[in-house]
Design a protein around this ligand. Structure first.
Ligand code: LER
Ligand code: MN
Length: 285
C-alpha cells in the first residue's frame, strides 16, 4: 500500500520547535507522514518531535540536501569527513523519529556547479562516503534514497539511470533510488521508462508538478508515472514537495520567484487529493 507524506519545506525552512505543530496540521489534511528537512540539527527538539509523531500516529522520513560544508565529493578530506559524520547523525535522528528512510541530495552539495561534468574521482569519493554511511545506517534499519536532480541544481547526478548506477556502485542493500517528477520532467525522455527501469531499486517518490505548483495542474504525465508505478508494484511513499516564495532560502535554491499556487495549504490539500485519486485508479489504493 502506498502512503502519502508532505515535505515540510512547504511551510518551514527550519525544523525547530515552532515547526512541530506542522505534524498535526499534515495529519488533519489526511497525510500518513511528514518528510522532515534535516538541516540545522541543533534546532531539532528530538523528544518533543517524537512525542508529537506518536500522538498524531504520523510516520516520518528524513530528508537531506547536503551543503558545501558537508560535500561528500569535495577535494578537501576534512569536508568529506564532516559530511559523513553529519549524515550519520541524520541517520540516528531519522531512526529516533521511527523513520526507515533518509533521502534527497545525499551524494554531493546541493547547488554546487563546477562548470564541468563530474569526474571519476568525485564519483569515487561519493561512492566511498555513501558506502561508509550506508553500512552505519544498516544498524538502524535506515535505507538511503539517492535523488537525482536537474542540471541547474547539480552537475553530478541528473537521471534515474545514473542514480541506479551510483546505488549499485555503493553496493549495499540499503542504498536505493528516490525519483522526483519535477526533475524527471527536465532530464528524462518520458516518465514511464525511468520508473520501469529503476524497478525494485525505487524506494521513494517526490510528486511535484512541472512548475512546482499543485500536482495535477501542469503537464507532468501522471498517467505514465502511475502506470509505471503499478507495473513495478511500488508500495512506498508518494510525497507532495513544493516551495513557495515565502521560504526565502529554499526559494532561492529552487528558483521560485513567483507565486505558483494560491497557497502552500492548497498545494498540500489539492495535491494530496489528486495523488490519492491517481493511486486509487492505478494502484488500487
Ligand atoms: C530539490 O530540487 C529537491 O527536489 C529536493 O527534494 C531536495 O532535497
Ligand atoms: Mn525532490
Amino acid at each position: 500500500m502506498v502512503k502519502f507524506a508532505v515535505h515540510l519545506y512547504l511551510w518551514t525552512e527550519k525544523f525547530d520547535e515552532s515547526a512541530i505543530p506542522l505534524i498535526r496540521k499534515a495529519k488533519k489534511m489526511g497525510f500518513d507522514g511528514v518528510e522532515i528537512p534535516l538541516r540545522d540539527l541543533d534546532l531539532i527538539n528530538i523528544e518533543k518531535t517524537k512525542r508529537e509523531l506518536k500522538d498524531q500516529k504520523m510516520e516520518c522520513l528524513g530528508s537531506i540536501a547536503l551543503s558545501l560544508r558537508h560535500d561528500l565529493t569535495s577535494s578537501d578530506e576534512e569536508t568529506r569527513r564532516r559530511g559523513i559524520e553529519w549524515m550519520k547523525r541524520c541517520v540516528e535522528i531519522t531512526s529516533e523519529f521511527g523513520g526507515d528512510t533518509l533521502c534527497g541530495v545525499i551524494y554531493t552539495a546541493w547547488g554546487k556547479i563546477t562548470g564541468e561534468s563530474r569526474t571519476e574521482t568525485e564519483w569515487r569519493r561519493s561512492v566511498e562516503a555513501l558506502r561508509e554511511i550506508s553500512r552505519f545506517a544498516q544498524e538502524y534499519d535506515v535505507t538511503l534514497g539517492i535523488e537525482p536532480i536537474n542540471r541547474f541544481e547539480t552537475y553530478f547526478l541528473n537521471t534515474a539511470a545514473d542514480a541506479v548506477k551510483l546505488a549499485k556502485d555503493v553496493g549495499e542493500s540499503n542504498v536505493k533510488v528516490h525519483l522526483d517528477t519535477f526533475h524527471m520532467n527536465i532530464e528524462e525522455k518520458n516518465f514511464y521508462d525511468p520508473i520501469k527501469q529503476t524497478g525494485a531499486m525505487l524506494w521513494h517518490m517526490h510528486c511535484c508538478e512541472n512548475d512546482r505548483g499543485i500536482p495535477g495542474t501542469g503537464h507532468v504525465n501522471w498517467d505514465e508515472v502511475f502506470q509505471a508505478l503499478s507495473e513495478i508494484d511500488y508500495d512506498r511513499w508518494l510525497v507532495v514537495e513544493s516551495f513557495t516564495p515565502e521560504m526565502k532560502e529554499i526559494a532561492a535554491s529552487t528558483a521560485i520567484w513567483r507565486k505558483i499556487a494560491p497557497s502552500a495549504d492548497a498545494i498540500a490539500t489539492e495535491g494530496l487529493a489528486f495523488l490519492k485519486d491517481k493511486a486509487k485508479e492505478f494502484l488500487g489504493k
